[in-house]
Design a protein around this ligand. Structure first.
Ligand SMILES: [Zn+2]
Length: 656
């Protein structure tokens, strides 16, 4: 591991917190040091208060910030003397510790200081850096881990046995550090947890972290444990439907829909296929910190009921010894290891699932390295329980707000790159769904750069391309719960006698045939939607009130409408609802350029403004209005409705 310090880059970070922000980001850039909100840093500054009195302020990473992207505002100032005194108390319950920290924050509106704040306060150095470095965890979780750590570092670090995070750990570290620190000490290793470094300036503290972690890496390399080559795995064989079924089982066990992200890369697949996978995967996480997101163990195979039973037994084993009553969390797995599937991560959102996947990516490294050193060992199950059911975590449960209406669900939108389709993507994302957007326009791939969106360039008239897109979607999100059939074409206006067979066929091919195939391909997935499948058909005013010159379009939309009605009849027993909406005169779509709009308005002898609002309500209908209705049709408001056809046109005399 090398220092990423760069003088020119560092010069860009000015102000009293500049070096602190810069080196925190350097740590955050390396995922083998910190993952997702893990790790924390601090600096102690002398400042004057409003009376002109000097005092020491500890700026420590606030909760909710990631080191990689932290800004000065992400550091919370706390009164250092007060926090140091807390460390001397004989005991302090963690909820009370959090209260003491929060009531000694010196800037209104600052984020809550890290629960490891006291640890930063007790170290008598200006800059303090803390990571959960993979290399250090690999060694401390190997046989005689503590001995190896002492051997590697000597007096460079003070070694502290495993104690769960919170007040007890801080108090223990305060004692051990005071007793164990020598002149050359530059850090502290907390066994099975992580490593601290410190220094007089930002660069020194950061580079000491790099030095300490490099020493662990060198030790692993010397024992041929640093680089792991996965064996060539047998290919994954689990298909779309099997994955969707697993997600359905997990969601039912959890009591809410979950995203399931499959990883069948050689590394994960080979790990899942190891002969000793039971032993090495069923002992615990790389560091207890992970359990909040991952639960203590991955599920081996796909028997969700058996996993849940074992999880309940674990709760029953440990809950009785807690000081206060504990509320059991859902018993569903967050990680799956399966020889035919590889690995799968479950989360309430695509982002949560991606975090679980990344945590396990590093866990595999830590496990395999410790195995090479002679055998992987995790901390005791009771320690895992103590973190998973920590008072502070239980308090978060009580405070948790309502989940978004489509949290953990997956929507597929066709024609997603513009107009109504684009607005639908936004409407579903806003409601917490993960979204697959299909469009012929390749720009779809990058239109929303976020974990819960997958954009694929795909012509819906190509069956193989659609199936490949569904394969990718199910691997990324675990299924399809909602289908918005939006893609469609509107050929140029022509009287019937002039319609070329090719125009007619092209219109039918996109507006009817492609939608039939999508419905057929999605049916097995929609059947496995944890809350029941839903389809929304973006129809047209031309279904109830066709227009002259639009025979191909009107006939194709009418055929699609009839298809939807029959689907409602056939698929009701599968819990699938299908509803249509009929928009009219939605002008903020790609079809309606300013010129077309001006010429159509002129043809009716209306101003553009009058033409836009030429309906009973005198209202302008926008893509967003249509998309909001499409999303609502998938929500609880329409839970008991199928085969409905709702106009969204501002009121049209011919439809009324
Ligand atoms: Zn930590």
């Amino acid at each position: 591991m090398h220092s990423l310090w760069d003088d020119a880059e560092a010069a860009g970070f000015t102000g009293p917190l500049g070096p602190r922000v810069y080196t925190s980001r350097l740590l955050g850039r390396d995922k083998s040091l910190v993952l997702h909100g893990g790790g924390n840093t601090s600096v102690k500054l002398r400042e004057k208060n409003v009376f002109g009195e000097e005092h020491e302020v500890l700026y420590v990473k606030g909760s909710g910030w990631d080191l990689e992207t932290i800004e000065p505002a992400g550091f919370t100032p706390v009164a250092l003397d007060y926090v140091r005194r807390l460390a001397q108390l004989a005991s302090l319950p963690d909820p009370q510790m959090v209260n003491e920290l929060n009531t000694h924050v010196l800037r209104a509106g600052a984020p809550s200081p890290s629960v490891e704040t006291i640890l930063h306060a007790i170290l008598p150095h200006r800059y303090v850096d803390h990571t959960h470095a993979d290399a250090v965890l690999s060694i401390s979780n190997a046989p005689a881990g503590d001995k190896r750590i002492r051997e590697i570092y000597g007096d460079l670090v003070v070694v502290v046995p495993y104690v769960m995070a919170g007040f007890d750990l801080a108090a223990r570290c305060a004692r051990e550090f005071a007793a164990g620190a020598r002149a050359g000490t530059i850090g502290m290793v907390l066994l099975s947890h992580g490593v601290f470094s410190f220094g007089a300036d930002g660069r020194e503290s950061y580079e000491r972290m790099i030095q300490l972690v490099s020493m662990a890496e060198d030790y692993l390399a010397a024992h041929k444990a640093w680089r792991q080559k996965p064996a060539a795995p047998a290919p994954a064989t689990a298909g779309r439907e099997e994955i969707a079924r697993l997600r359905c089982d997990i969601s039912h066990c959890a009591g809410f829909p979950m995203i399931l992200k499959v990883n069948d890369s050689p590394k994960f697949l080979a790990f899942a296929q190891r002969r000793d996978v039971t032993r090495i995967s069923q002992s615990g996480p790389a560091t207890p910190d992970h359990v909040i997101r991952t639960k203590p163990l991955p599920m081996l195979g796909r028997d969700v009921a058996a996993f849940a039973q074992a999880y309940c037994a674990y709760f029953e084993r440990h809950a009785p010894r807690a000081k206060e009553p504990k509320t059991m969390l859902d018993a569903a797995p967050r990680m799956v290891l399966d020889a035919a599937l590889g690995f799968a991560a479950a989360g309430r959102s695509a982002k949560d699932a991606a975090i679980v996947e990344e945590l396990y990516d590093h866990t595999i490294d830590v496990i395999l390295r410790a195995e090479t050193l002679g055998g992987w060992r995790a901390v005791d199950e009771r320690d895992l329980f103590d973190i998973e059911y920590w008072d502070l975590e239980q308090a978060k449960l009580r405070k948790a707000g309502m989940a978004p209406v489509f949290g953990g669900e997956v929507a597929l939108v066709t024609g997603a790159a513009s107009g109504i389709g684009k607005a639908c993507v936004e409407a579903f994302l806003r409601r917490g769904a993960a979204v697959l957007g299909l469009d012929r326009n390749p720009a779809i791939a990058d239109m929303w750069r976020r974990a819960d969106f997958l954009g694929l360039a795909c012509d819906v008239t190509h069956p193989a391309a659609v199936r490949a897109a569904l394969d990718l979607t199910v691997k990324r999100f675990g299924g399809v719960d909602m289908l918005v059939l939006n893609a469609g074409i509107f050929p140029a206006s022509q009287p019937i006698q002039d319609i070329a067979p090719a125009t007619w066929q092209a219109t039918m091919s996109v507006n009817v045939d492609a939608n039939l195939r999508l419905m057929q391909d999605c049916h097995p997935l929609l059947k496995l939607a944890p809350r029941g499948g839903r389809i929304v058909v973006i129809g047209s005013k031309n279904v109830p009130a066709p227009g002259p010159g639009a025979a191909a379009y009107s006939a194709s939309k009418a055929a699609l409408n009839q298809l939807a009605r029959v689907a409602a009849l056939e698929w009701g027993k599968d819990g699938i609802r299908i509803n249509s909406l009929h928009p009219n005169a939605v002008y903020d779509t790609a079809l309606w350029t300013d010129e077309v709009l001006a010429s159509r308005a002129a043809a009716y002898k209306l101003s553009i403004e009058q033409y836009r609002r030429n309906n009973l309500l005198g209202a302008e209908v926008a893509s967003r209005d249509v998309a909001e209705l499409a999303a609502e049709m998938c929500g609880p408001l329409f839970a008991k409705t199928t085969a409905a056809q709702v106009p969204v046109d501002g009121g049209n005399e011919r439809v009324v």
